[in-house]
Design a protein around this ligand. Structure first.
Ligand code: ATP
Ligand code: MG
Length: 428
C-alpha cells in the first residue's frame, strides 16, 4: 500500500462535526463588529519578511524563532503572517488610506507561528483581529474593550477575566528598561536561557515568560506603573473610569506586557482558567508608533486579536453552539421514471422555497434503505417520488417523526403541499 501523507504538526483540520461552533462564533462576531461600525478587511497571508521584523521587533519570540520564512522563486524573503496587525497597517499605507482618516477594521484568518504544539497552542491558528486607527484617546480603548466584553456575553461565555495595564510611552519605557536590566542582572544566576537572551535586547519580554521557575523572580521585579509619564497615567486612569462607567470589570496587572514590541500605553488581555496553561483568549493594546515606524504618516491606533481555537473550545465546553442543521424534507425515489425526473422536481421546489433544506436521495437503494437514511437525516418530512405516483400526477407525503399515515399531494401544487405538511408538524 502507498504510504499516506502525514499532516503537518500543529496544523489542524476543522471537521464538519466542529464547524458549527466555528460558524456560530464567526456569525456572532461579524454581526457584533458591524453593529459597532467596524468594516471587514482581507489582507494576504504572505508578506515581506521585513514587514514583520520591523513591526513586531527583532527581539520577540515571534520574529526570533517562530516565523515561517522562505525565499520565493523571485529571490524575495517572504513570511507567512504570524499576526494580522502588521499586514493591515501595511495595507492602509499601500492603499493611501491614512491622511488623517479614521478606520475601524476587522479581519479573520489563519496565522502561523512555529511554536511547540499543545492543546490551545498550534502552528496554524485563527484569529479575529480588530483595529481602530486614527484616534489617540482612551475612549477608543474603552469602547474596544467594552466591545470584547459584549462579544463574550453574546456568545454566552462566562468566567473570562480582563487584565489591563499601561506600558507608557517609549521614553518612560526606556527608563524602566534600565531599571529592569539592573534588577535582572543582579539575579542573573536565576534567569533561564530564554530570559538571559532577552536581558540584553528586550528585558520587558522576561516579564512575559511562561516558565513557572521564573515567576518568583518576576514577582519581585520593579513595576512599570511606577515609571509612567503623567500623560500616560492620565490616559490609563480615564480608561479605568470609562470601563467602570460601562460596567466592565477588570483587574490592573502591572506585570502585563505583550508578546509583540509595538505596543504603548494601554495593553489588555482576557484570560480564562478553563484552558489550562494556554489561558489568553484575547489580547491587544495601543500601538501609536507602529504606523510611522512602517513608513506611514504618524497615526495613533489600538487593536486586539482573539484566538478562535481557544474560544471555540470554550464555546463547546459551555454547550453554547447551536445544534447542527438537518434537512426539512428528505426525498425518497423509486422506479426508473422517478429516478430520471426526481432532480427536476426537487430543483423546482428549491427554486420556489429557497429557505427550506431538501435532501434528495442519491445513489439509489430500496425503500427500506432510503427510509433509514431519511430517518438518520433528522428531516421531519419525506416526499416519495414513485413511478405509480408520477403516473397519477402526485407525490407521496409522509411525516417521519410522528406516527402518521402517508398522504398525497399534486405535483403542480407541491410547494404549498410541503408548506402545509411542515406547518402541521410544527417545523419549516
Ligand atoms: P500567548 O501568550 O498564549 O502566547 P500571545 O501573547 O502570543 O499569546 P497574541 O500574539 O497577542 O498572543 O495573539 C492573540 C491571541 O491569539 C491570543 O490571546 C491567543 O488566544 C491566540 N494565540 C496566540 N498564539 C496562539 C497559538 N500558537 N495557537 C492558538 N492560539 C494562539
Ligand atoms: Mg505567544
Amino acid at each position: 500500500m502507498t504510504e499516506e501523507i502525514q499532516p503537518i504538526r500543529g496544523m489542524n483540520d476543522v471537521l464538519p462535526a466542529e464547524i458549527g461552533a466555528w460558524q456560530h462564533l464567526e456569525a456572532v462576531t461579524r454581526e457584533l463588529l458591524s453593529s459597532y461600525g467596524y468594516e471587514e478587511i482581507r489582507v494576504p497571508v504572505l508578506e515581506r519578511t521585513e514587514l514583520f521584523k520591523r513591526a513586531i521587533g527583532e527581539h520577540t519570540d515571534v520574529v526570533g524563532k517562530e516565523m515561517y520564512t522562505f525565499t520565493d522563486r523571485g529571490g524575495d524573503s517572504l513570511t507567512l503572517r504570524p499576526e494580522a496587525t502588521a499586514g493591515i497597517v501595511r495595507a492602509l499605507i499601500s492603499n493611501r488610506m491614512l491622511r488623517g482618516q479614521r478606520h475601524k477594521l476587522w479581519c479573520l484568518g489563519p496565522m502561523f507561528r512555529h511554536e511547540a504544539p499543545q492543546a490551545g497552542r498550534y502552528r496554524q491558528f485563527w484569529q479575529v483581529d480588530v483595529e481602530a486607527v486614527g484616534c489617540p484617546g482612551p475612549d477608543v480603548d474603552a469602547e474596544l474593550i467594552a466591545l470584547s466584553a459584549r462579544l463574550w456575553q453574546r456568545l454566552g461565555l462566562e468566567g473570562l477575566k480582563l487584565e489591563i495595564n499601561s506600558l507608557g510611552t517609549p521614553e518612560s519605557r526606556r527608563a524602566y528598561r534600565a531599571r529592569l536590566i539592573e534588577y535582572f542582572s543582579q539575579h542573573e544566576a536565576r534567569l533561564d536561557a530564554d530570559s538571559r537572551r532577552r536581558l540584553g535586547g528586550n528585558p520587558l519580554r522576561i516579564l512575559d515568560s511562561k516558565n513557572p521557575d521564573m515567576q518568583e523572580l518576576i514577582a519581585g521585579a520593579p513595576l512599570l506603573t511606577e515609571h509612567l509619564d503623567a500623560a500616560s497615567s492620565e490616559h490609563f486612569e480615564a480608561l479605568g473610569r470609562m470601563l467602570d462607567g460601562a460596567g466592565v470589570r477588570y483587574d490592573i496587572n502591572p506585570r502585563l506586557v505583550r508578546g509583540l514590541d509595538y505596543y504603548n500605553r494601554t495593553v489588555f488581555e482576557w484570560i480564562t482558567a478553563a484552558t489550562g496553561a494556554q489561558n489568553a483568549v484575547c489580547s491587544g493594546g495601543r500601538y501609536d508608533g507602529l504606523i510611522a515606524q512602517l513608513g506611514g504618516e504618524a497615526t495613533p491606533a489600538v487593536g486586539f486579536a482573539m484566538g478562535v481555537e481557544r474560544l471555540v473550545a470554550l464555546l463547546v465546553a459551555a454547550g453554547g453552539t447551536p445544534p447542527a442543521a438537518h434537512p426539512d424534507v428528505y426525498i425518497v425515489v423509486s422506479g426508473a421514471r422517478a429516478t430520471a425526473e426526481a432532480l427536476a422536481i426537487v430543483e423546482r421546489l428549491r427554486g420556489e422555497r429557497p429557505r427550506l433544506r431538501f435532501e434528495l436521495n442519491l445513489g439509489g437503494g430500496n425503500f427500506k434503505a432510503q427510509f433509514r437514511r431519511a430517518d438518520r437525516s433528522g428531516a421531519p418530512l419525506a416526499l416519495i417520488i414513485g413511478d405509480d405516483e408520477l403516473a397519477r400526477g402526485v407525490l407521496g407525503v409522509k411525516p417521519l417523526r410522528v406516527e402518521s399515515g402517508q398522504s398525497e399531494c399534486p405535483i403542480d401544487a407541491l410547494a404549498a403541499g410541503v408548506d402545509r405538511a411542515l406547518a402541521t408538524l410544527g417545523s419549516g
